[in-house]
Write a protein that binds this ligand. Structure first.
Ligand code: AMP
Length: 302
């Protein structure tokens, strides 16, 4: 089943202890689409400026990513720059320039409107809501990611958008910020009152936790000796998670648990190299091999 995503398609500047790039293709929807396309066809909604050339578009070519919904407008593409701490756990945003996203009015191509799986990747909450409202029927799963920039700057809009969402997928500091609660299980209870019935908390090198009314399920992050750049790891996690769910077409408890593992697998590949470099060369066989490795990693008897 195809999967609809709206979010940033961007140029990023990245500085980590392992190197620095001034301008490379990035954006939440870009990482998400590339990761998800290993599992299922993706329909992408977003906007780029006239600085986004045919060479840049190549990242989507030869993959199951439909870019009819990727608008081109005069002006500059979204630009974001960030810097990582020595241990890669903390990130400081240096620049966020919305550019063409500031006046974006998404219009879904007809074939996108039937989507059963929808991911509202990190972008302005009113744009996320606009896209969700254009989907003909309530999707089987609508999931949303956001970040401190929108929690602080567009809080009322975000709360409106959350009402129509099943799964919220954010990191631990965003969970605490949105819920005003330090303990993550108590934070989940507060977040359930805002709309979502499932909360997925991405915890970087500590893995990810899914919380719903039944309880919590945790996956570790894949242990890597040489992580290089965490940019896009959260979006790749989301791509693996939603891509897997759309490929199986259901949201049973076991499918959600397996989706958590595929999310973690995709996030782990992304951090192995800078930007999208690792996903560009990734093979499906490597994804399944790592998923099997995950099963071993967490297996034990009592
Ligand atoms: P992640 O590392 O998974 O949190 O996502 C990194 C990506 O998010 C980068 O490629 C950025 O282009 C994109 N990004 C950063 N800030 C924002 C924002 N405020 N809105 C939308 N996308 C953003």
């Amino acid at each position: 089943m195809s999967l609809l995503v709206v979010g940033s398609v961007a140029f990023d500047g990245i500085e980590s202890p392992y190197g620095k790039v001034d301008r490379t293709i990035g954006g939440a929807a870009t990482y998400f689409s590339v990761a998800a396309s290993f599992f299922t066809p993706v329909h992408l909604v977003g906007i780029v400026g006239d600085d986004f050339t045919d060479v840049d578009t190549k990242i989507f070519k030869g993959r199951k990513i439909d870019i009819e919904g990727l608008e081109r407008a005069p002006g500059k593409s979204f630009f974001w720059a960030g810097k990582y701490s020595e241990n890669l756990n903390d990130r400081t945003t240096l620049t966020t320039e919305l550019n063409v996203f500031a006046d974006f009015k998404p219009k879904l191509p007809e074939k996108y409107r039937k989507s059963k799986f929808v991911f509202l990747a990190n972008i302005a909450p009113d744009l996320q809501r606009d896209v969700l409202q254009q989907v003909a029927k309530r999707p089987k799963i609508a999931a949303l990611d956001t970040m401190n920039y929108w929690i602080e700057g567009s809080n009322a809009d975000l709360l409106k958008t959350l009402k129509g969402v099943d799964i919220l997928m954010i990191n631990d500091s965003e969970t605490r910020q949105l819920s005003n609660e330090h303990n993550l299980l108590r934070a989940a209870k507060r977040i359930f009152k805002l709309g979502p019935s499932t909360l997925i908390i991405k915890r970087g090198e500590y893995g990810a936790m899914m919380v719903d009314k039944r309880g919590a399920f945790c996956v570790p992050a894949f242990p890597l000796e040489e992580p290089h750049d965490p940019t896009g790891a959260g979006d790749s996690f989301a791509g693996g998670f939603m891509g897997y769910l759309a490929s199986v077409g259901n949201k049973s408890d076991m499918s959600l648990r397996r989706a958590m593992v595929y999310g973690s697998v995709m996030g782990s590949f992304t951090v192995e190299k800078f930007g999208l470099d690792r996903l560009k060369t990734l093979k499906t066989s490597e994804i399944h091999a790592r998923a099997r490795h995950f099963a071993k990693l967490t297996q034990f008897t009592l």
